[in-house]
Design a protein around this ligand. Sequence first.
Ligand SMILES: [Zn+2]
Ligand SMILES: [Zn+2]
Length: 314
Amino acid sequence: MEILPGIHHVRFPLAPGVWGAFYVLTGRRPAVIDTGKPDTPSQFLFPYLRKLGLPLKAIVLIVTTHRHLDHAGGNASVRKIVPIPIAAHRVEAPFLEDPWREVEEVRFRYPDDHPYRGLDRAQIMTKLLTSVPVDIQLEDGDEVELGDRRWQIVHSPGHCSGIICLFDSRTGTLLASDSFQAGGTADGIAIYDDLQAYMQSLDRIQALGPQKLIVAHPFRPFYKPLFQGEEVAEFLAACRHFPSEYDRELIEILREQHRPRSLGWITDVMRVLHSCYGPRFLTVVTLRTHLDRLTAIGILRQESFGGHLAWMHT
Ligand SMILES: [Zn+2]
Ligand SMILES: [Zn+2]
């Protein structure tokens, strides 16, 4: 649907009760922001462009907001048909060009809890993006003309290290993708692998003063794609509120324990508390950055317990 003039927000099903979305910008320089999962172009993007009467070869650029499979997953299938250039942030480009890097990073950071345990290389490959070259590496502050608007690239790390927003300062419109998550989707909690960066990105966006903000998933408690006027402040306040709730809950859970608890154990307790039914690893990612921060400020202590990392209240 055309959610704002020249900005089409196209949803596709991701999980029970959860949609993903990509954006199509129409006008003088038509563009696609994200391509969804590997099957999203054939099922949703191409049919949508046909409905608009916009040939695929008219698309001047694909901007990939970040490396996740529900945003960059369709790049390879589009490129198989038309060699549209792909742009992504400099930090994100190596992960798009060599998806195995993500596997290595994840195995290193979450040794006991990563989702590739027990899988061989071939099995892991089926779960990854197909490698796609990034033709244009974006930097924070770059400007790109897409649709009929001039967009500023805003690097907004936190959800992952190279995620970007696109900001049209003339109308105060921010395409936020997954950068800010309020309480996360119905099947999980907010997802970010770097809490400090996430909070700094929130500060940064708040200072830009967006008047309209468009997200890529239905985040609780709002469950809607577009925030306008005062709703923007409400959404950004919720994005600040939930991390402080998770901190509070983690402290409470660990205070009652008399021995160190592993990330896996803590994850299971939090998933029950928040009725999470989505991928377990996504919860692991958020909780790990909270545990690291609570440890850094001396509220928790990190220990080795049975050869695994564990945390306890100090
Ligand atoms: Zn994401
Ligand atoms: Zn996403």
